[in-house]
Each structure stands twice: as C-alpha cells, then as structure tokens.
Design a protein around this ligand. Structure first.
Ligand code: KG4
Ligand code: ZN
Length: 337
C-alpha cells in the first residue's frame, strides 16, 4: 500500500490529476475546469473531449512540478474508465495507457462511483463498514450498502434525473449559470426555504428510490407563473428547491441506514459539497445515533485524488489491466472482495 499512484479523472468536464500514496496521502491534486460549457448551460461532450486533449499534458507537467516529482517516481496509474462520457473517458484512458507503457508501471481502470465512495478515505482513514453511502452527483443519485471495501450493493437509485442534474436545471431556469449547484447554494442563503412547497417525490415508507424530474417541472411552472423574476423571488425559489432536494436525500439515506441496520452514514459526489445537505445529514444522523462522514469539500466534485486513492487499493492486490483496459458509458460497480 506504499505505492505512489497517479490518478487521472476525465469522465466528464474536469481534467484532474493527482499523486497519492497511502503513507503520505495526497501529495498533489490539480484540476483544469472547463469553463467553456457555461455558455451552453451544460456539458457538450465533443467540446469536453477536445478540452481534455488540450489540458492533460500541461496539467500532468504542472502537477509533477508542484510536487517536485519526476514521472519516474510514479509506481502505478489509476484512471476513471467509466461510467461517463465515452469521448472524455477515451482521452484519459489513452493518456494513462501510453504513460503506463512508457514508464513500465501497472495501470488499473477505476469505476468513477467507487472512486467517489473511496474519496472518504483520502483524509478520513479506512471506510467504517458496514455503512450506507449516498453517492450524489451530476449523473447519479444512488444509495449503496457497503459491507466492506470492495463489496457494494446498490439499494436505491434515481428513476429519472440525478440530484445534481436537478440543481443544474433549476439554476438554468433561474438564469444562474453552470454548474448550478454552487450557484443555487450561494443565492439560497438570501432566500426563504419555506417560501414555496415544492414536491418531495416517492416519500413512501420502504422505497429507497429517488425522482427529481417532477421538482424541475414544478420550478419551471412556478417561474412561468410569475410576471417578473426579481432577486428576492430567485433567492426564495433557489432556497425552496434546495430544501426539497435536501429533505429527500437526508430522509432516504437515514431510512436506508435504519433498514440495513448500519451505524455509519457517508456522503460522496459533487452534491456532497452542499453545506445545507452536509449539516442536515450530520444533525439527523446524530439524532438517530449514527456516525456521519463526508469527504473534504475539495474531494466532493470530480478529482484525480479519489481515483488515485481507489486505484491504490486495486494496485495493492497486484491488479494490472494493461493495454486491454477499455472504457464504458454506463455500468454497475463490480464488487471485488
Ligand atoms: O461528482 P461531480 O463533480 O460530477 C459527476 O460525477 O457528475 O458532480 C457535479 C455535480 C453538478 O451537478 C453540480 O451542480 C453539483 O455536483 N454540485 C453541487 C454543489 N457543488 C457541485 N450541488 C449542490 N451544491 C453544491 N455546493
Ligand atoms: Zn463524479
């Protein structure tokens, strides 16, 4: 587990690379965000792939510079190989394979959602299992029962939009830019979360699935019904939509932990950076006698460190995917322990 691992993340629009070792933790983590998608209100896959091609080498070189490392110090490589945008993944995986061949080191493909789950280990020590993890990002809203690291059971999932996607779409309706989550959170601090009672879907006892498309439609209908969107109305709508999303995420996660009889609750993914979600999850868990954990803020949204951290576990088992490593657009986390 002492390996110095390079982690590469290019599954969507962030080009992020990190150097990590279990002994020293994150030695460096560097991300190039693709701000160019803002004007389209969402990620354009073709543009994302081309930006990754442009960004990868400069980010890699800058990372080595900052860490005072040379490429010869890298002992293994981990790369997100799915799920995600195929073009973006291909750029990252091709770069990783070329580097692994040139350096003569092993390479492993990392499932993007396992990387999010294990982002909790970057600074938090070993995952406390058994636990329930809510993975909540732009593409996923999933509840996993993790019996031990490497053993993942999907127990709840979104039936339509992901929570992050809902944040992004509500932000677009309110003209707040992309990505929407941080913008909604910022604007919502001046709003009243009780101003509009937006729907909380599928809050039926025993149902651990999610649905956010109705909430998005409810916000759209509300926006269309008001004559003018002033600052106060925007703040109230942002706060009310955020409240509805957080309510559902917290209720279902705690209900899931209770149903599974586990005492550890984890957050992961970009939406886990949301402060109201973190604080409500913390207080509700405490009330229920559960231990709550979340990644550091900088490791919630996509980052190379979580990929390196997850890869370190796979490499330590002697895994090497070699040049046969391929990408996939969607697919479950395959348990390995
Ligand atoms: O994990 P991530 O970086 O990429 C995916 O794997 O999808 O998550 C990105 C998502 C976006 O939808 C973004 O709006 C959301 O995470 N997000 C937030 C916050 N920061 C990022 N949502 C709510 N509050 C935030 N502070
Ligand atoms: Zn992600």
């Amino acid at each position: 587990m002492r390996l110095r691992v390079l982690g590469i993340e290019t599954s969507c629009d962030d080009t992020s690379l990190a150097l990590f070792s279990r002994q020293r933790g994150v030695v460096g983590n560097l991300t190039a965000n693709q701000l160019t998608h803002d004007k389209y209100g969402g990620v354009v896959p073709e543009i994302a792939s081309r930006e990754h091609i442009r960004n990868l080498l400069p980010v890699f070189e800058a990372l080595l510079d900052r860490c005072d490392f040379t490429s010869k110090d890298i002992e293994g490589i981990g790369v997100s190989n799915g799920p995600g945008l195929i073009g973006s993944l291909l750029v990252g995986v091709s770069f990783a394979k070329a580097l692994a061949l040139a350096l003569g080191v092993p390479i492993v493909g990392v499932h993007h959602l396992e990387a999010h789950i294990l982002s909790n280990e970057i600074e938090g020590g070993e995952l406390r299992t058994p636990c329930v993890v809510l993975v909540v990002s732009g593409g996923h809203t999933s509840l996993y029962h993790v019996d031990r690291v490497g053993c993942y059971q999907l127990v709840g999932n979104t039936r339509d939009d992901a929570a992050g996607e809902c944040f992004d779409k509500v932000a677009k309706l309110l003209d707040l830019g992309f990505p929407g989550g941080p913008a909604i959170e910022r604007v919502a601090t001046n709003g009243d979360p009780q101003a509009v009672r937006f729907p909380r879907a599928m809050m039926v006892r025993g149902n651990l699935d999610f649905s956010f498309s109705g909430l998005k439609t409810a916000v759209r209908l509300h926006v269309e019904s008001v004559s003018r969107l002033d600052e106060k109305i925007i703040a109230d709508l942002a706060a009310s939509a955020q409240e509805a999303i957080v309510d559902v995420l917290v209720e279902k996660t705690i209900a899931c932990a209770k149903a599974q009889g586990v005492a550890n609750v984890y957050l992961a993914g970009g939406v886990a950076a949301n402060t109201p979600l973190r604080s409500r999850m913390a207080s509700y868990s405490e009330q229920e006698g559960m231990d709550y954990h979340a990644p550091l803020l900088q490791y919630c949204t996509d980052n190379g460190a979580m990929v390196a951290c997850a890869a370190a576990r796979h490499l330590a088992r002697g895994r090497d995917d070699g040049t046969s490593l391929d990408v996939f657009a969607r697919g479950p986390i395959v348990s390995w322990s």
